[in-house]
Design a protein around this ligand. Structure first.
Ligand code: DX5
Ligand code: ZN
Length: 217
C-alpha cells in the first residue's frame, strides 16, 4: 500500500486559508495535519478553535489533530466539536494516558499518541492495543521547518516490531522535517503516514510535491 500523506497546515498561508485547504482537497493528500501549540508544552503558540473551524469549514479530507498542549483532557470534546477525526495527545503531557485515550475513543475519534524524540518507543508497549496511530516526532515539537533527526529510522523499526509482535493494526506517522530523501527510507522502516509542512507548502507546485511524496515511497 502506498504511504499516506498528511500535509501540515501550519506551513500554509493563513491569509489565504480557504485557497490552501481547497488545494489540499484537490491533492492526493490523505489527511490535513493540524498542529495545536499552547506555548507551555512547546515554546510556541500556533492557533486555536476559530482557525481550526475555518479549516474544517472547507476541508474535504479528515483532520489529523496533533495536540502539543498540557492538560489535553480539558479540551478533547472541543477539538471533536471543531472537526477532529484523529486526536493525538503527547505521551509526555499525560499522567493518565490510558484514561485520556479512552476519553478520545468515547468521543468517536481515532486515538493518537505522539512521542517526543527522547521518549523510548517501548513506553507504548503495554498500551499499544488502545492506539490507532503513533506519531513519532522526528524533530522537537514546536516549529515547522526543522531538520529531520536521523535516529527516527531505528525508532520506527523498533515500533514496527512491537506492533507486529502484538498483532495490532496501529499506524506509524512521522512528523517533522520529512522530504523526498527521507520519505522512501521511512516507508522502508515501517512508516504508514508522513506529515509534511514546509516541504509541501514551500515548494513551487504543492500538488505535484504531494503526488511525488506518495509515489516516491
Ligand atoms: C512540529 C509540528 C509538525 C510540523 C511539520 O512541532 O508538529 O507537524 O508542522 O512541519 P515540517 O514538515 O516543516 O517540519
Ligand atoms: Zn505535528
Amino acid at each position: 500500500m502506498s504511504i499516506r500523506i498528511a500535509p501540515s497546515i501550519l506551513a500554509a498561508d493563513f491569509a489565504n486559508i480557504q485557497k490552501e485547504v481547497e488545494m489540499l482537497n484537490a491533492s492526493e493528500a490523505d489527511y490535513i495535519h493540524v498542529d495545536i501549540m499552547d506555548g507551555v508544552f512547546v515554546p510556541n503558540i500556533s492557533f486555536g478553535f476559530p482557525v481550526m473551524e475555518a479549516i474544517k469549514k472547507h476541508a474535504k479530507k479528515p483532520l489529523d489533530v496533533h495536540l502539543m498542549i498540557v492538560n489535553p483532557d480539558q479540551y478533547l470534546e472541543a477539538f471533536k466539536k471543531a472537526g477532529a477525526e484523529t486526536i493525538s495527545v503527547h505521551y509526555e503531557a499525560c499522567n493518565h494516558l490510558h484514561r485520556t485515550l479512552q476519553a478520545i475513543r468515547q468521543l468517536g475519534c481515532k486515538v493518537g499518541v505522539a512521542l517526543n524524540p527522547h521518549t523510548p518507543v517501548e513506553s507504548l508497549e503495554d498500551i499499544i492495543e488502545e492506539i490507532d496511530l503513533v506519531c513519532v516526532m522526528s524533530v522537537n515539537p514546536g516549529f515547522g521547518g526543522q531538520k529531520f533527526i536521523g535516529s527516527t529510522y531505528s525508532r520506527v523499526r523498533k515500533l514496527k516490531s512491537i506492533i507486529d509482535r502484538k498483532g495490532v493494526s496501529t499506524l506509524i506517522e512521522i512528523d517533522g522535517g520529512v522530504n523526498q530523501v527521507n520519505a522512501p527510507l521511512l516507508k522502508e522502516a515501517g512508516a504508514d503516514i508522513l506529515v509534511a509542512g514546509n516541504f509541501v507548502f514551500s515548494s513551487e507546485d504543492p500538488l505535484h510535491t504531494i503526488k511525488n511524496l506518495k509515489s516516491l515511497s
